[in-house]
Design a protein around this ligand. Structure first.
Ligand code: XMP
Length: 509
């Protein structure tokens, strides 16, 4: 059945991912040729429709850089002071792939013995160091062959290659395609294994090694196209909290000042992230940002109705987050008794989005690649929390329990996260001593899952596989082609490995 016919026949039952399966269709599309790009607005174009959640155990600069390099988007969370969040955004926007932006340097007045001690103390695996003066200007390069015990007493200034004899590259030359520029440098200067990058005043701005660049160029063919802005910078977004004054009204000056700083760092989109987006407060916040920044892409939410989508669209949002309580760490449905199973929520939201010409993003409850395929039959992109929280790029402590390695993952509505700042997202004030914060999320652990590249590789592979089964060469065709069938409990059981003894977990997560 088509989405409209299927959901009409099942009304008023709320359905979610595992209640439903997609029918296969005649196909001329090989999974590898299925094209996964999507847009959230004119400016925000992604190669994969996957966004990392604005949670404090999922997205900071490291995750956002890796997401954008893979063609997706990271939303930096707001459980940190505003100035810190601006710095995290700047880290992503200034990231030059392949370039070590804060290389370890030494001063010319040290001795080789000091450098040897430094290597030993810090366990460095390299012995070549740029030499900079107290102003950060490049004055020489100390090569590994000079860093030997027998030269202990020699001053670095005497052992180093002088500035005049070092080939460098201007940071401006790396603006468009840093990897190609580095590749050209190493091809031109045979025998040189380190490329030093300087600005117009000769301040050291970075270092690239030939081995890193070679690894990246060989990987490049297999990686998806990175998500970049018009000036070749990586794309990134940041979550905004509806900051309020003591009388409960929006703190307009603070909000505008914060967004202005983000815009000065070339932020691509902001996300007004709350548990209940179909409210006057969130509407006011979206209008405030829209009026002050007419061209900025605004994501807002969360809602689970067509009316909610239309309301936020009218306030000026470009893309609306859909989902209340489906998340793996959410307890909203238990605590508040509220929420609509996610696939039904996406269906009603999609109708609202169509009416207003805005995008919707499926947020929460995705536990496997098949859920992404189902979500994208109705939504323009998905937000992932739990599936990415175990990646090494996610912030959070790593801990070992019974020989297994875990990372912390917590709901932004958990008591600990709300005390760290996210209370406003759930309509609470963390400093209000008279009322108890009511948690709508839990604190949990995720098994460490390796690199984001690998996790996304599996998820996107699954998405492309689903697109192949539905004869969909791109995401709009997937939405158009999708035909749904309700799955019985026996059908559900049949869908997962059964009647065998599993040797190794096979269902991709
Ligand atoms: P997954 O299932 O990907 O869900 O782990 C991530 C999404 O869950 C939302 N979120 C919460 N919802 N209480 C809630 O009810 C919480 O404490 C909480 N924290 C995060 C959020 O939309 C996120 O993207």
């Amino acid at each position: 059945q088509t989405a409209d016919a299927f959901f009409a026949a099942n009304r008023p039952v709320g359905l979610t991912f595992d209640d439903v399966s997609l029918a296969t269709l005649y196909s001329e599309i090989l999974p590898k040729d299925a094209e996964t790009s999507t847009t959230l607005s004119e400016q925000v174009r992604l190669s994969i429709p996957i966004i990392s959640s604005d949670m404090d155990t999922v997205t900071e600069a490291r995750m956002a850089i890796a997401m954008a390099l893979n063609g997706g988007l990271g939303l930096i969370h707001y459980n940190m002071p505003a100035r810190e969040q601006v710095k995290e955004v700047a880290r992503v926007k200034r990231h030059i792939h392949g370039l070590i932006q804060d290389p370890i340097t030494v001063r010319p007045d040290l001795h080789i013995g000091d450098v040897l001690d430094l290597i030993e103390a810090k366990n460095y695996e390299f012995r070549t160091f740029p030499v900079v003066n107290e102003k950060g200007k490049l004055v020489g390069l100390l090569s590994g062959s000079s860093v030997r015990e027998r030269y202990r007493a020699k001053p670095v200034a005497e052992a180093m290659t002088a500035r005049a004899d070092i080939h460098t590259v201007s940071v401006d030359a790396l603006k468009n395609d840093p990897i190609a520029a580095a590749d050209a440098f190493f091809t031109q200067h045979v025998g040189i294994h380190k490329m030093l990058v300087v600005d117009n005043d000769d301040h050291l701005r970075g270092l690239a090694t030939i081995s890193d660049i070679e690894r990246i160029t060989t990987e490049a063919g297999s990686r998806r196209k990175a998500a970049r802005d018009a000036d070749f910078r990586l794309i990134v977004g940041a979550a905004l909290a509806p900051v309020r004054q003591a009388d409960g009204s929006l703190d307009r000056d603070r909000i505008i000042d914060h967004v202005s700083q983000l815009v000065a760092e070339h932020i691509d989109c902001v996300a007004v992230s709350t548990a209940h987006g179909h409210t006057a407060g969130v509407g006011d916040m979206v209008r405030l940002v829209r009026d002050a920044f007419p061209h900025l892409t605004i994501i807002a939410g969360n809602v689970t109705s067509g009316a909610g989508v239309e309301y936020l669209a009218d306030c000026g949002a470009n893309a609306i987050k859909v989902g209340q309580g489906p998340g793996s760490i959410c307890t909203t449905r238990i605590v508040a008794g509220v929420g609509i199973p996610q696939l039904t929520a996406l269906h009603v939201a999609a109708n609202g989005a169509r009416a207003k010409g805005v995008k919707i993003i499926a947020d929460g409850g995705i536990t496997k690649s098949g859920d992404i395929v189902k979500a994208l039959t109705l939504a323009d992109a998905v937000i992932l929390g739990g599936l990415l929280a175990g990646c090494r790029e996610a912030p959070g402590e790593i801990m070992e329990i019974n020989g297994k390695i875990y990372k912390q993952y917590r709901g932004m509505g958990s008591l600990a996260a709300m005390k760290d700042g996210s209370a406003a997202r759930y309509g609470h004030n963390k400093d209000d001593k008279t009322r108890k914060l009511t948690a709508e999320g839990i604190e949990a652990l995720k098994e460490v899952s390796g690199s984001l590249d690998d996790v996304l590789g599996n998820l996107v592979g699954g998405l492309q596989s689903g697109m192949g089964y539905l004869g969909a060469g791109n995401l709009p065709t997937l939405r158009q082609n999708a035909r749904y069938i309700r799955v019985s409990p026996a059908g559900q059981k049949e869908s997962t490995p059964h009647d065998v003894i599993e040797i190794k977990a096979g269902v991709s997560s």
